[in-house]
Write a protein that binds this ligand. Sequence first.
Ligand code: COI
Length: 460
Amino acid sequence: FSVALRCHGKRCRPFAYSTLSKAISRPTLITPSPLAKIQKRNAAQAGTSNGTWRPVSVLDEWVAKEARPISLRQLMVFGRSLTESRLISSANYVRTELPVRIAHRIRDMQKLPYVVVTNPHIEEVYQLYYKAFDTFRKFKEIKTLEDNEKFCEVISQNLKGHLTVIPKLAMGILECGRLMDPKELDHFMNVILRSRISRRVIAEQHLSLTETFNSPYFSPGATLSESDFIGEVFIKCFAKDVISRCAKAVTHLARSTNGPQVQVPEVKIDGHLNASFPYILSHLEYIVGELLRNSVQAVIDRHQQHPDHASSPPPPIEVTICEAQEHVIIRISDRGGGIPREELPYLWSFSKGPQSQKRLENLGQVPRMAATMQELHVTDELGRADLKAPTYLGSLSTLTSRPPNLRLGMGLPLSRVYAEYWAGSLNLHSLEGYGVDAFLQISRLGNKNEQLTTRASMDA
Ligand code: COI
């Protein structure tokens, strides 16, 4: 505890207690984080006589600040007629916003039980976050384009440096599945992943705007057409096009996994085929790709059990697009036999499930994993995303190149994190013995703020 107290005024780093953690002989013993206790006491002591709270460390100062969420529409309006002063404001927004958002997540980690926060994978993520927090909070105000170039380099390095965060978190969470209430672990994971997506969105958006601004074809203040991207935001994302592209990629993947002779179900699209909305294309590709991949594999597996499967094609996967006033809903229906009853309770869980051990082994083989597909796009020498046309190729080739038989158990929960991040939703209805209907709801107008808090939490 004395180590903890000394650390508290500067940087609260759980690794300072790793020796203590090794001394815990029974891993099932759940000890509340000593940091949490100390922080509570310090906070109480720091309270002034009128009951207000005053920060006691640099981290506290940043945790006390609120994140300023943005909407897709704001991102578009801001980037639509780009000027030097807008680019500089964007840079300063990201410069101040990143440390706030990271600080909140560092604090969440400090509140985890001691045995969880000292898990080596979680601890590694903690270190990465603290380093990034320190770097961004110390970055001086950006006043010139030159300052911005330096800032973009720092962003790019951090984006690259954090590519390993998801598999690390996922392994840590699975390893700690028996040390903490799985519901709380899943809640923690949801919040931390959503926040990570949010930070990468604002960071990548700024890199994209800078790249646009630096392009020789760019004229300041020029207005873009509807078919364009504004930074990372695809102004008119046609649901049908995205589904078709994902279906192609998933078909290709199914052939490479199951052999060229396999009969892959057709993906039929009907409904409002002209439905469009502003969105971050790679987010949608991730969700639709994962849902189609599950459906296609389930149908293939079930069809192969059928006695005369060789002579009849597998039943198609039917995708219906429904455009309502405020939402676009995409329903993906398959006849793959439904979800096994024993898997249903763990469908959305990062921390628990019948295959936890296998998932852990598989995760160990994944050096990096995307929480936004932009992470895996072709990058230039600064690690900046290479945009526009390669965006499609980038996401889809990622989908097809991921080791096909490596089941990580993260596709569905991560897809839901994406869907909810832009104020949408993802639900599944399993019809036992028949098939699954997945419902993805997307906010159509792009006017909803990013959702930094999950339903159960108010602490972003
Ligand atoms: C992350 O990927 O976890 C980040 O926080 C990225 C950000 C530091 C640019």
